[in-house]
Design a protein around this ligand. Structure first.
Ligand SMILES: Cc1cc2nc3c(=O)[nH]c(=O)nc-3n(C[C@H](O)[C@H](O)[C@H](O)COP(=O)(O)OP(=O)(O)OC[C@H]3O[C@@H](n4cnc5c(N)ncnc54)[C@H](O)[C@@H]3O)c2cc1C
Length: 428
């Protein structure tokens, strides 16, 4: 029977096309390890794999199945740098820190592509990504950002696209200009995740699905995690639950907010060769970003972030098709084969959240829609800290990430109001 994620709506096209998705057993009994990891997305599984390479004993528990969280259901776009442009980060943090964060992201990209190649994971990588403007008026900024990337950050792969080039590469007249990045690309994220779980298990990590952490407590200098059928006692713990933190740990929950994002997949667009003829991925300039790309078999995967009254796949499908038709009127009645959603973990300043929340307990989350490559690398950086190399991860721990205002009860309503306001601004 087809598996429905209990934590996110709809069956994804990724799930339908991933091939074999092995199941892993629940944790049944109690264990004692060097490091325990809560959450089996990219962050947690990469940490598990890299910790095993360093010789640590590791248990990882996933409350649902691997791939049910954001890592198996996202837009698959790697991007470049951090979520904010380097010029923006430089204004706030100065050149040295901004460059260190840019270099970290480039290391993340290289790490991910090498990891997949070394372990024979075919994650259907396709090159190219474009950022396009839905409004006129920012052209100078776009040109400037491309120049800054080349001249100050040593990244020569971003070029400015004028209106004619933008429209030709998109196959749509909806956007005015943009930048094209030939140094990055997009992937089938669930193929990566399934391969990563296999690699982590082969390296000797004890990995368990359907095993939610119910509570984290400290006793006798160690951390104890309660699960339905046993406890885990560990010297160190990594919380890698991202947007799905719930009430498990209050510091992470106060700093990382879940936002639902939705994606629809069309049938292969064989009769529309003008749509993304170069098969690059696209992200637009809206606050509620629209992101889309073609798959290797020619489907359009189209994502947008909106609140819906109902999360049923039918509602998601028709809403996404309306958004597609705004950009590609010829696709107004295109057949949608799959529609699904997932939760993105965002922070107030849209930068990753990395913090020691209790003695020996670290939390990594809040990649703010830019986590496909960063979350993989954060898992690796966490393992490096256990081996005494904390320098790279410290650059993230040093970022100022304030909690969301409003405390436990008002956080979500206040965020909803703010997001609705920004979403409205996209329309004018
Ligand atoms: C629809 C969508 C589109 C996106 N598109 C992009 C994109 O194109 N590019 C990009 O860079 N990023 C994108 N992202 C973000 C990206 O997917 C994430 O940043 C990244 O996958 C985070 O990985 P993670 O391992 O930290 O979290 P997740 O993959 O969410 O994993 C967290 C896991 O923790 C588990 N968990 C939670 N609580 C418990 C508990 N108590 N006990 C045990 N397990 C628990 C959950 O079940 C989940 O599997 C998108 C996200 C979504 C939802």
């Amino acid at each position: 029977m087809t598996w429905q994620s209990p934590i996110a709506p709809g069956i994804s096209w990724y799930q339908a096309s991933v091939g074999e998705r092995p199941e892993y057993p629940e944790l049944d009994g109690s264990v004692s390890v060097d490091v325990a990891i809560i959450g089996g997305g990219f962050t947690g599984l990469q940490a598990a794999f890299n910790l095993r390479r360093l010789g640590a004993s590791v248990v990882l528990i996933e409350g649902s199945r691997f791939g049910d969280g954001a890592s198996g259901r996202n837009g698959g776009q790697l991007g470049t740098g951090q979520r904010a442009w380097p010029a923006e980060l430089e204004e706030e943090l100065g050149y040295e820190r901004s460059k260190a964060l840019f270099d970290m992201a480039e290391n993340a990209k290289r790490y991910l592509l090498d990891f997949a190649e070394q372990h024979g994971i075919d994650m259907e990588y396709m090159p190219g990504q474009m950022n396009v403007a839905h409004k006129r008026g920012w052209e100078k900024d776009y040109r400037h950002d491309a120049d800054v990337m080349a001249e100050r950050y040593g990244y020569p792969h971003v070029s400015f696209m004028d209106e004619a080039e933008t429209q030709e590469r998109l196959g749509s007249k909806r956007y005015h200009y943009g930048v094209r990045d030939s140094g990055t690309g997009h992937i089938h994220p669930l193929k990566l995740l399934v391969g990563l779980a296999r690699v982590a298990a082969s390296a000797g990590a004890m990995i368990h699905e359907m095993t939610p952490a119910r509570a984290i407590r400290q006793a006798g200098g160690k951390t104890v995690i309660d699960t339905p059928k046993g406890t885990i006692t560990a010297d160190r713990v990594l919380i890698a639950t991202n947007a799905y933190i719930g009430n498990l740990e209050p510091v992470t929950a106060a700093h990382v907010m879940p936002i639902r994002s939705f994606i629809g997949a069309t049938v292969p667009l064989d009769t529309f060769p003008e749509v993304l003829p170069g098969s690059e991925a696209v992200a637009d300039s809206r606050f509620v970003v629209r992101y889309f790309r073609k798959t290797q078999d020619g489907r359009l995967l189209f994502g947008g972030r909106e609140a819906y009254t109902s999360d049923s796949p039918r509602d998601i499908s028709s809403h996404i098709r309306r958004q597609i038709a705004e950009i590609y009127p010829a696709l107004a009645s295109v057949e949608m084969t799959h529609a699904w959603g997932g939760s993105v973990g965002i922070t107030m300043p849209r930068k990753p959240f990395a913090r020691d929340v209790l003695p020996g307990v670290t939390s990594l989350a809040g990649y703010s829609g830019h986590g496909v490559m960063l979350s993989n690398y954060c898992g690796k950086m966490y393992a490096d800290t256990i081996a005494g190399n904390a320098r790279e991860l410290d650059a993230l721990k040093d970022l100022k990430i304030p909690p969301f205002p409003g405390g436990g009860r008002l956080r979500k309503p206040l965020l909803f109001l703010a997001l609705t306001w920004y979403a409205l601004r996209d329309r004018f």
